[in-house]
Design a protein around this ligand. Structure first.
Ligand code: MSP
Length: 491
């Protein structure tokens, strides 16, 4: 039995969760469910990133004390994950006392191992990115991602001796000891080593909403360092040796490209400096835009996963999101096409198949389909392989091929005519084959659409099969609003 420690990024709590956060979390959920079904041991970790200037500013803007503010937004994350049936094993918050203790232990360790030094530094800091940026990154004096002017910061900070570890990190990535997928992202990371990668400051003098540096409480830990440590603090770093030994290193860190440098360069270097093991794999999935534009508060095009679940249901939302485009590629979400896809793939193809077959078994065989020796020509192992490779849309395509083959068999073999001609042997064989296909399909679907898989299994495991209500009622009106209520009134 193998173990799988899977992580998502921990999300900032400056605003409510949106479809981008849901995308990564769903992918992790599908993998977690897949491996659990296989009988493997899984720890699926997600959570919220709650410290730093950006969160402090959002709390100020909302007129709330930071702790109250982060409590509210973090619970919103949990509520949204519940709606989407996200089966996380652990939800970490960087304001948890246990996490704070681990971060401080880690800082002490770096200090003991002489990986830190104090230095006066001045630079341009983008609060939206929570990182220093350079003049040449700016467009019209503003951060291109956030459209805001960076702050000039001049402080004395603890610096991390990143440069000392770079050659080792590079080598590990080259040798795939830290595997970075897809390949082009590995190349991008290796490209970073050709540029100047500088030591970075891992403490802040003027940010009070953070974890105090244990040996210099006038400083707080830089929010990105605090956040990265979540992956080890969640499994008990510095507190619970048994749990830590069992789960660390992580098997898979999932994320999108904008935070790859932190995960592929800074994080391994920090771990190495502290003498800890390194994560096995980093998978970078595509970034999506909405009708060609980046989701942003100012553009008002941020899509809300809850609105989507309310319109389509959790399973359909999971299907619609994961079948859009190959997971490793960037893509564009066209929300107005969701309804069409819902109606064709789910209501027509899958839903109709299940109701037609169950209805015919009830009608022609009083619910008891006879058994036959049959052969089917699809490869469930291929679907498993695609899921393990995080090729979710391709895995779904394979499943939908089974659905179309089944529907085609019904069209071609015309079971109602077989019944009229009392050709019960052929009819029985057909319905038995279809029921086997549907059961296999339900198994394959389980990680992606757990509720639907369960409903199908309930119907087809009965000794006497009865016709069912439609799994996916047809929808006639486009979702009026998938827009995000970005800053809810009460926050
Ligand atoms: N708090 C940091 C992560 C710290 S991890 C130690 C952070 N948070 S975030 O809230 O901005 O989440 C970023 C992540 O959300 C992305 O890496 C990706 O996983 C997901 N996505 C956000 N928008 C997305 C899209 N438009 N498309 C795909 N994924 C998206 O960065």
């Amino acid at each position: 039995m193998s173990k799988h420690y899977l992580t998502t990024p921990i999300y900032y709590v400056n605003a409510w969760p949106h479809l981008g956060h849901a995308y990564t979390t769903l992918a992790a959920d599908i993998l977690a469910r897949y491996y659990r079904l296989k009988g493997d041991e899984v720890l699926f970790l997600t959570g919220t990133d709650e410290h730093g200037a950006k969160i402090q500013q959002a709390a100020d803007k909302a007129g709330k004390a930071p702790q109250i503010f982060v409590d509210e937004v973090s619970s919103r994350y949990k509520a949204v994950w519940e709606k989407l049936n996200i089966s996380y094993d652990q939800f970490i918050r960087t304001t948890d006392a246990e996490h704070i203790a681990s971060v401080q232990k880690f800082m002490e360790r770096l200090q003991e191992r002489k990986a830190l030094y104090l230095e006066e530094y001045s630079g341009l800091y983008c609060v939206g990115c929570e990182k220093f940026i350079t003049e040449k990154d700016l467009v019209d004096g503003k951060c291109p991602d956030h459209g805001t002017a960076p702050e000039k910061i001049k402080e004395k900070n603890y610096f991390f001796k990143l440069k000392e570890y770079l050659p080792f990190v590079k080598q590990l990535i080259e040798k795939d000891e830290i595997k970075i997928l897809p390949q082009e992202k590995k190349n991008e990371v290796l490209g970073l080593f050709k540029q100047e990668l500088e030591d970075f400051s891992l403490s802040r003098q003027n940010v009070t909403w953070g974890i105090p540096m244990p040996f210099d409480t006038a400083q707080t830990v830089y929010v990105w360092v605090d956040a990265l440590i979540n992956y080890i603090s969640a499994v008990g770093y510095g507190r619970d040796e048994v749990k830590y030994k069992k789960w660390w290193p992580a098997d898979l860190h999932l994320m999108a490209k904008e935070i790859l440098k932190f995960h592929a360069v800074y994080w391994p270097a920090m771990l190495m400096a502290a003498g800890e093991k390194l994560p096995h794999e980093i998978f970078v999935h595509g970034y999506f835009t909405v009708n060609g534009e980046k989701m942003s508060k100012t553009k008002g095009n941020v899509l809300d996963p809850v609105a989507m679940v309310e319109k389509f249901g959790a399973d359909a939302t999971r299907y619609l999101l994961m079948s859009q485009f190959p997971f490793e590629r960037d893509g564009d979400i066209k929300a107005e096409q969701f309804m069409e896809k819902y109606n064709s793939d789910l209501a027509n193809n899958l839903g109709n198949l299940v109701s037609r077959v169950s209805q015919m078994i009830e009608k022609f065989f009083n619910g008891e389909v006879p058994e036959f020796e049959i052969e089917v020509d699809y490869d469930l192992e291929k679907i498993n392989r695609l899921l393990e490779e995080l090729q979710f849309s391709r895995a779904l395509e394979e499943m939908w091929k089974i659905i179309s083959t089944a529907n085609q068999m019904i069209e071609e073999e015309k079971p109602w005519e077989l019944a009229q001609n009392r050709n019960m042997d052929k009819l029985g064989r057909l319905l038995y084959t279809l029921s086997v296909m549907i059961k296999d399909l339900a198994l394959a679907l389980e990680p992606v659409m757990p509720e639907t898989a369960d409903k199908i299994q309930q119907i087809f495991k009965q000794k006497v099969i009865q016709k069912t209500v439609p799994l996916f009622p047809r929808l006639y009106v486009n979702p009026p609003k998938l827009k995000h209520n970005y800053f809810p009134k009460h926050i």
